[in-house]
Every structure is written in structure tokens, then in C-alpha cells.
Design a protein around this ligand. Sequence first.
Ligand code: CMC
Length: 432
Amino acid sequence: MQQTDEKATIIIGDQQIELPVLIGTEGHKSIDISRLFEEYGITTFDPSLGSTSMCQSTITYIDGDKGILRYRGIPIEQFDRPKPNFIEVAWLLIFGYLPTRQELNEFRDLLTANEMLHEELRDQFNNVPPKSPPMAILSAMLSQLACYYEKFLPLGDDDLFIEAAGRLISKARTIAAYSYRRSKGLPYIYPDPALRYCANFLHMMFSIPYQQYIIGEEIEDAMNLVLILHADHEQNCSTSAVRVVGSAKANLFASCAAGVSALWGPLHGGANVEVMKMLEAINSGGMDPKDCINAAKDKDNPYKLYGFGHRVYKNYDPRAKILRAAADRVFARQKINDPLLDIARQLEEYALNDSYFIDRKLYPNVDFYSGILLRAIGIPTNMFTVIFAMGRLPGWIAQWKEQHDNTTQKIIRPRQLYVGKKLNDYVPIGER
Ligand code: CMC
């Protein structure tokens, strides 16, 4: 980020305020208002932060108008084929460069060494009601990691950071799989150190004590692709939550648990579940695709076309494009014929030809096709958002680290525009 020679001028009454203008690597300009309150007692008003750059970042670049997404400068399309491993992408995001073979092997070994859960933590799964939402379990268990690994709670040590990050990425996968096993009342399956990250997750999800789940290469690749495509997305809702919590110098586990909670919401990561409900309702004859489109357009109806629209993308989400093609590939090779894929394509066609969606630049987002691909992998709907969280974890960790390494970063503490009562008096209860 550089300061330009330009200045932005704000005129309020007879007061004229000149503010510095910053410019990012890709030419985007940002007015620096960080000293506005301190020097002039004025705040800016941007309730959902749609026009606010909360931080400077080197991790992920999005151009929403052109539909561009890059991790550390690398276009997302380059992660489709040839396929890197999710762990390689995690390293790229967290440390800022592609790992050497040795670094990658050491990172893998770190993950393998930490794939199991403390037996007491594993027992905790039995203390939540059966059929608990897996996202609730994930958030709680990530937070609880802090109870078992207190040595990672002080924040100053760089060597400990990599260990904490590796542990978190590895254990999140085990926790995710166990949250599913709990929701099904199935026995927990120990991780298998011989398996890669995604294969090991699928093994813990689907093996049974007397029968190892056979993981097809295609399915493992699809899972790997889904995780990579979700790995970071700059300052989205959950990442901002991680940054806000981390700015109070909260530890990595607590900060990422906050990210899981934010991601759960249906406007964010929870949208992939809503998409599936919508497609299933159409498939079962409960709704017609045109009814969905009309309900989503009706301003008196809270119904939304889930998987459509985005705060940043005003074009086709590049992740949705890749997922759609991947779903086509997997379905063709596995000779699967899922009617939900045809329904999704039909809905997309209707929406993209409807002036409501055209005028508002509403296109399919990552959640529109991810569920269909996850279904082909055999992942149940209540795990879709959990998979999103597993994928997003390296992004949260990278963003937490970037913020932590910035020694000028203060606690995030926005202002408000108070519109409540003026000075008021307390009235004792008997006099009200
Ligand atoms: N269906 C119908 N109308 C929509 C939709 C939709 N999915 N998305 C936006 N609109 C309308 C919205 O009603 C508004 O209309 P108007 O200008 O007439 O008031 C206009 O489009 C602009 O939308 P907005 O709500 O101001 O946009 P936003 O940036 O605040 O919200 C969003 C972005 C993603 C929350 C929203 O598009 C949405 O609710 N989409 C459905 C949920 C979804 O798919 N979420 C996943 C997002 S991508 C992955 C992730 O972040 O997790």
C-alpha cells in the first residue's frame, strides 16, 4: 500500500479537511480516514462496512467486477489442474509463498503427528446431545483446544505459531469427522497416518470399525478441490470476525472458533445448506423453479435465491464456475445422474435471463454448486458448512497471522452514531 500524491477533500460547513489517498497493488484507491476522529471529532457511517477497507492485506485479491480471485497473486483457476494439495495451498496462504518439497513434507508430518484428539476431548463429543448441529460442535471443540494446549496461548513465539497452526488444521479435520459420527450415533474412527489430508477425513467420516472405506481418486480430488476453493476470500464476514477477535490478542483457537460461528449463518457459509433445501424442495415437487425465482424477487417475501448474489462479485463467482465444471466431470465419470444438478442448471438459466437478477448483477456464488459436488462425494447436507469451515481454516489462520505480525495494528473498536435518548433519569420501580 502506497500513499498517492492525491488528496481527498471533505467539506463540512466552512471546514475543509484534506485526507491522504492510498493505492493498492492493483490500483484500487482508498481514502485514509484513520485519524479523522482523533483530529476532527468526525466519524464515517458505513454500517455493513461495504465501503470500508478494514485492513491492508497481501493474502487474497478479488476483482468483483471481473470475477477474479487470486491467492497470493495466483489465479484460482491454476489450482484446478494441475492439482496442488490443499496443504500446499494452506502453506501458501499462511506463509506467503509456495513451500519447497522439504517444507511441505515437514508440514505434512506435523499434521500427521497431530491428527488425533486428546481422549478426553474425544469423550466430550458424547456430552453433546445426539443430532447436535455439527457446526455447533466444531465451534465448541475448536475453542476447547485451548484447554488442552495452553502452551500456544501466549502469542509471541513464531516457532510455536507454526505448530499451533498445523495442530489446528489437522485436529479440525478430526473434529469435523467426529461431529458427523456423533450426529449419526456412529463409533469414532481413529485417523490413519498413511492417508493424505482429504482421504484421511473421508476415512474418519465413512469407515466403520470392521470395514475400511475405499476412497476413489476422483472423490479425493474433488474433496481437495472443494477445500482449496474455500481456503480464503479476503475480508468476508467470518474472516472479519477472526480479525476482530484476534485484534484483542485472543489466541488462534478462540479467534478461529469465532470464525466458525460467523460462517454458520445462512447469508454466509450456511447458504450451501439452504441451496440444497431449495433444490430438494423443487425435486420433490414442493416448489417449481419459476416459483423460487418469483419468491426471491418479491420484496414482501423474505425468500432468497440462495447461492446467488455476493457483496463483492458483480459477475460470475470464479469458484462457482470451477465447481460447476468439476460437478459435471465427477458426475460423468462416476456415471451419476443427480436430478439436482439439472434443477440447479435450470434455476441458473432462469435467473441469468431475468431482469431482476441482471439489473442487480446477481450471479451464482460458491455455494450454488458446492453442495451438488459434495453430494456426489457422499457428504451429507448437515456437513456442507463444516467442510466450508475446514477449507477456510488456513485463510483464517493466515489473516490472523498477518494481523498479529503487524505491530501497528490496534484493537478493532469501531465507533457508532448514537441516535438514542438524550440525558434521561432513572425512575425507581415503584414510581413507574
Ligand atoms: N435473492 C434475491 N435477491 C437478492 C439476492 C438473492 N440471493 N441477493 C441479493 N438480492 C437483492 C437484494 O434484495 C437487493 O435488492 P434491492 O436493491 O432491490 O434492495 C440487491 O439484490 C442487493 O443485495 P444486497 O442484499 O444489498 O447485497 P449484500 O451485498 O448486502 O448481500 C448476500 C450479499 C450474499 C448476503 C446476498 O446476495 C444474499 O443474501 N445472497 C443469498 C445468500 C447466499 O448465497 N450467501 C452466500 C454468499 S457467497 C459465500 C459466502 O460468503 O459464504
